[in-house]
Ligand binder design. Structure first.
Ligand SMILES: [Fe+2]
Length: 308
């Protein structure tokens, strides 16, 4: 596995510097947990207040889609997949908010749940609670996960282990398959594109012509996925822009940015490969979403071809 870039957390000064014991202790702690354990009084309050205690649960939009899947046998027709991504459990996405999201996912009665990474933001202190809460996800066909760039920065092995302990199958450059009667569906997953992704390895030995869904945190995998004729890619990473102000959209268009940004949010396609990029449920940098509500897509696979 390639070593994670060492730009976060910032490297501390040398241990041999003249700082006293207290400063050295502070540096050690910073190295371990990052800034999330150093909330200042000026830091904005978390947007999501606890559910069930008079507070507000995150209002997550459930977007529902019927997805024709070429080659899908009738026995898997109607398979329901809930897609959950970019949770960023930490200072600004509390345990209560994550619990509410888990309950919402379960209430949709999915057959399978796909998690596409960024379970935490900066601190490994939240990795175990994220995994413990995600262990509450229920789907008879299983809960499958890939890792995002933040998971790699915080500790890919740590997070993968914690997820596995919760009964979640982590697809790290490999695939699995579902079978029902004569129908088969392959589910592949890759590590984050900026770190350790290996799509050829993830798809190796999948028989030609079988329906394949790929989980990839970063949607930029789409070019490679199209090369291998993957049917459907589920991604996150972009947060849909997170803060989308009309004025910025207009400025982008006026500066030649064209109409819609490709491979950024929602549905797109390259060749015969379709991709859905979810806005996810958490936030990064600022605990704020504008014009870009959190979402939890629900896909219903169809063995019938799309109407012309
Ligand atoms: Fe993210």
């Amino acid at each position: 596995m390639a070593a994670a870039p060492a730009f976060f957390p910032p490297r501390p000064l040398s241990r041999s510097d003249s700082a006293g014991g207290a400063f050295r202790k502070w540096l050690d702690r910073w190295e371990r947990v990052g800034f999330e354990d150093y909330q200042l009084s000026l830091t904005p309050r978390p947007r999501y207040r606890p559910a069930g205690r008079g507070g507000r649960a995150p209002r997550i939009e459930v977007s529902q889609y019927r997805v024709p899947m070429p080659g899908l046998g009738r026995d898997l027709d109607g398979l329901r997949i809930v897609h959950l991504t970019d949770i960023h459990h930490g200072l600004y996405f509390s345990a209560d908010a994550l619990l509410a999201a888990v309950e919402l996912a379960n209430s949709l009665q999915p057959d399978l749940i796909a998690l596409t990474g960024d379970y935490v933001s900066y601190s490994r202190n939240f990795a175990h609670s994220a995994a413990e809460l995600l262990a509450g996800l229920r789907a008879p066909r299983g809960v499958f996960a890939v890792l995002g760039n933040h998971d790699f920065r915080v500790g890919a092995e740590l997070i993968a282990r914690a997820l596995r302990r919760g009964g979640i199958e982590v697809l790290r450059n490999r695939h699995t398959y579902l079978r029902a009667g004569a129908a088969e569906l392959y589910l592949a997953g890759v590590d984050d594109l900026w770190f350790n992704s290996n799509l050829p390895r993830a798809l190796r030995s999948i028989p030609r012509g079988r329906p394949v869904i790929l989980l990839s945190h970063n949607p930029r995998i789409v070019a490679a996925a199209a090369h291998y004729s993957v049917d459907l890619v589920l991604s996150g990473h972009t947060h849909g822009g997170q803060v989308r102000l009309k004025i910025f959209e207009r400025m982008r268009r006026e500066n030649g940015g064209g109409g819609r940004r490709r491979f950024h949010t929602g549905w797109d396609a390259l060749g015969r490969t379709r991709i859905y990029i979810s806005r996810g449920i958490g936030t990064i940098v600022v605990p704020l979403r504008l014009g870009c509500p959190p979402e939890m897509p629900l896909f219903t696979l169809s063995a019938r071809p799309a109407p012309l």
